[in-house]
Design a protein around this ligand. Structure first.
Ligand code: NDP
Length: 331
């Protein structure tokens, strides 16, 4: 018999309005950057996606280059859409992006109209979709006029290939410029996807969070667990099956130096006193004060998705807790 999602899947998750739009996103979303390529068994991917949906995580974030190899995460997710998630498309928010290196030659990366439109078409084909809910410019391109990149996003929406558009990792100044162009084109910028965690606060220093509030743009923050550092997994060494242990991607074992580890241990104690895991406290922290729409996690197994989804049971912090966190969570 075909898999059925849990009947109570909308009972506990919290949904936040994305900026000034009509769209709500789950407080916790699942990203498919790691552990959705050909090196991960399909069953593990299915279990993570099923578990997420059962817990009300309606938003799955992809990009053209997620794998390895690039494109394979979209292909795997397409398979899940055709099987487990068949019949549930209207309950899902699926995003993809273009910006990083995807195919050889001058049209396979950055922000030209040529690249963005071709890449969106490829992503739709890999996932077997008519449209994605959100399509992003993955990074600002200093060599392409911003108007061209934004016009490509606008065109993608007008062609019915995406419902909304977003930008990722643009700084505050570029965000204001992009938002103005998109507004004029009639396709408002729905969302910004920056990195943000207790250990990485550039969005506060750059003024990006203030800009997003002023512009009415939502935010979904990536690597809120600092790629796994803000969890209890590295407290007693580096597990072989962890991102640090597997030596994949941009995560380096050298991030886990003694100073950082002693801070992580102290943060873990604060989390324990709150009755939360460190992962849950790190996610609650990015969501505090309601400034962030969604915390975008990655996972390598379904148990992590369950742990992260339970964050919503305790999202409040006392001033004392926030001060204690600041003492240990510095870059
Ligand atoms: P996280 O900071 O959430 O790190 C995820 C890792 O943390 C997991 O792979 C796992 O590590 C570990 N983890 C997760 N939950 C738990 C838990 N409950 N207990 C213990 N360990 C846990 O995010 P990512 O860096 O993976 O990024 C998330 C998403 O953000 C990506 O999938 C992608 O969609 C997006 N992203 C966007 C970028 C952009 O440029 N726009 C750049 C990077 C990411 P392990 O694998 O070791 O078990």
């Amino acid at each position: 018999m075909a898999w059925q999602p849990a009947d109570n899947r909308y009972d506990t998750m919290k949904y936040n309005r994305c900026g000034k739009s009509g769209l709500k996103l789950p407080a916790i979303s699942l990203g498919l950057w790691h552990n959705f390529g050909e090196t991960t068994p399909h069953q593990t991917k299915r279990e993570m996606c099923r578990t997420a949906f059962d817990l009300g995580i309606t938003h799955f974030d992809l990009a053209n280059n997620y794998g390895p190899p690039p494109g394979s995460a979209e292909t795997a997710f397409g398979e899940i859409l055709r099987t487990d998630f068949a019949g549930y498309r209207d309950e899902l928010i699926i995003s993809s992006k273009a910006g990083y290196d995807m195919w050889p030659g001058p049209y396979g990366e950055w922000g030209s109209r040529k690249y963005l439109i071709a890449s969106c078409d490829q992503s739709l084909k890999r996932m077997g979709l008519d449209y994605v809910d959100i399509f992003y410019s993955h990074r600002f391109d200093p060599d392409t006029p911003l108007e061209e990149t934004m016009m490509a996003l606008d065109q993608i929406v007008r062609q019915g290939k995406a419902l909304y558009v977003g930008i990722s990792s643009y700084n505050s100044k570029r965000t204001k410029e992009a938002a103005k162009i998109l507004k004029e084109l009639g396709t408002p910028c729905l969302i910004h996807q920056p990195s943000y965690s207790m250990l990485n606060r550039w969005v506060e220093e750059d003024g990006l969070l203030d800009t997003l509030e002023e512009e009415g743009i939502g935010s979904i923050v990536f690597s809120p667990l600092a790629q796994g550092m803000l969890t209890n997994k590295y407290l007693n060494g580096v597990p072989e099956d962890s991102r640090a242990g597997k030596h994949v991607g941009s995560f380096q074992e050298s991030f886990l130096n003694e100073t950082t580890l002693s801070h992580i241990r102290s943060l873990n104690e604060i989390a324990q006193n709150r009755g939360q895991t460190l992962a849950q406290m790190a996610l609650a922290w990015v969501l505090r004060k309601g400034r962030v729409t969604s915390a975008l996690i990655g996972a390598s197994r379904k148990e992590q998705v369950i742990d992260c989804a339970a964050t919503i049971n305790n999202l409040e912090f006392t001033e004392e807790e926030l001060t204690a966190i600041d003492q240990y969570a510095t870059e």
